[in-house]
Design a protein around this ligand. Sequence first.
Ligand SMILES: *Cc1c(COP(=O)(O)O)cnc(C)c1O
Length: 394
Amino acid sequence: MNKRTETLIKGVMPTYGRQPVCFTKGEGVWLYDEEGIQYMDMVSGVAVNALGHSTDLMVKALCEQAAALIHVSNLYWNKPQLELAEKLLSLAEGDFKDVFFCNSGTEALEGAIKLCRKYGQKNGKSKLVFMTNSFHGRSTGALSITGQPKYQEPFGALLPDCLSVAFNSMESLEGVLSAHGTEIAGFFIEPVQGEGGVIPIDQGFLNRIEAFCKENAALLVFDEVQCGAGRLGTYYAYQSIQVKPDIVCMAKGLGGGVPIGAIIANEKASVFEKSDHGSTYGGNPLMCAVALAVTKAISDHAFLEQVKMTSNYMTQQLEQMKDEGLIKAYRGSGLLLGIVVDDPAGVVQRAFENKLLLIAAGSDTVRILPPLNLTSGDAEVFMKRMRMVLNSSV
Ligand SMILES: *Cc1c(COP(=O)(O)O)cnc(C)c1O
């Protein structure tokens, strides 16, 4: 970093563990720092830059919409918001009724918490069930259903009536169902836990929750903030696992880099009425126009097939690395992949020194979150660099 940047960083709260680099330009899977040094970005802004950096179609949508209309508030209608809602609903093929737009993943979860609480109140239920090791955001509401004590403990009492179930533990689930079954308003699930270590939910475990929700007037909320928007090779993550939630929370790849979130609800879950919820920026024309362009590109059939092909290539390579003893295991699907290593922080650090950006997850995992349009050439370059990093660490 240059001297001026080093001075300026003192003016920002130290909430993140950042690498000492300041990026000024991006193109596809590549980032460039102040000195023009090139890095391969396999984090994609934490699963956000689904189409890579400074993609033409995003720049075009952004510039055209900025020239026409940036913001009008939700006192009025705007076309990009309506068209994005239409697109998100049509991609769900009739599974959902309507959409609420917000600005981030956390806000999508906050809205979903309110939907569950209102739905529950109508049915005499108040409890929200969440999973250990989950991640749903940093606001006090979303934190209340985030099953990682390290994020919760410094902040005292959070929302009441939040119950934790050990992720993928049938025994823990049955325990909570039998103790609190009639009081449960909703379940919060990441179909694949991202930040927690790239851990997919077990089908049997999920089927039990789905059946319970159907029989007991409870809502099933999928947090697809990280695993949705094409990352698993289907536009919605739930389309990869054949379970239909009542609510889907989206953000990250939905906008491909602009701040936008969405709550998508079916008839059962869509209980908001006038004045129940709101957001000044939510659904503003600028973000929605970009998200619409991104969503059209990602949801294209051929694009999603390519995501699956790239994933196949990557997992074949990871399988080989496992055989060679370079990694202990790998998990995940689509382009949400995790490799299990002894020292994830060390691997991320060595990768950084080799100009390869990666991110740790859980206690033993390094996450690989490339842009979804990673070319086969770039995928090969990545695997070569990854091998080099892993070889240098043993
Ligand atoms: C990132 C993330 C969030 C929070 O999203 P923000 O946009 O950072 O508020 C919530 N849930 C999951 C699964 C995430 O990965």
